[in-house]
Design a protein around this ligand. Structure first.
Ligand code: ZN
Length: 125
């Protein structure tokens, strides 16, 4: 589970894609990388996510032939579709970041201005 998974799941998938475009990634490394960014994600959540992304055609995988300790791990890289998806996500993210930051500034400036604050609040009910 991730906190607010329904909201933040997309961020996690974009983060995975970002690294899978740069190079090869595998589950355990990705869990540690995400933890550094404040996402606590369990293998039980991450592995199905990686598998789903592969199934959707964003990632491709191979078995690590090294097989240390008799364990074979799956190594993922991004496909062309994954690169395309990341490029689009990056644009949207830039847009969203601008919007969200702008909203924060607006709220701060409105706290001292009651008239504008009430005028801007439209009720649609
Ligand atoms: Zn990262």
């Amino acid at each position: 589970m991730i906190e607010f998974q329904d909201l933040l799941g997309g961020f996690v998938r974009i983060h995975i894609l970002h690294h899978a475009v740069e190079g090869e990634v595998y589950g355990q490394w990705m869990i540690e990388e995400l933890a550094r960014h404040g996402y606590r994600i369990s293998p039980g959540t991450l592995y199905p996510m990686l598998q789903a992304m592969e199934k959707r055609g964003y990632l491709t995988s191979r078995q690590d032939s090294d097989g240390r300790l008799g364990r074979r791990r799956k190594i993922y890289t991004a496909t062309d579709l994954g690169r395309e998806g990341l490029a689009t996500a990056r644009e949207r993210l830039r847009e969203l970041t601008g919007e969200v930051s702008h909203k924060n500034r607006t709220t701060e400036s409105e706290t001292g201005d009651n008239v504008h604050g009430t005028q801007d609040r439209h009720r649609s009910s």
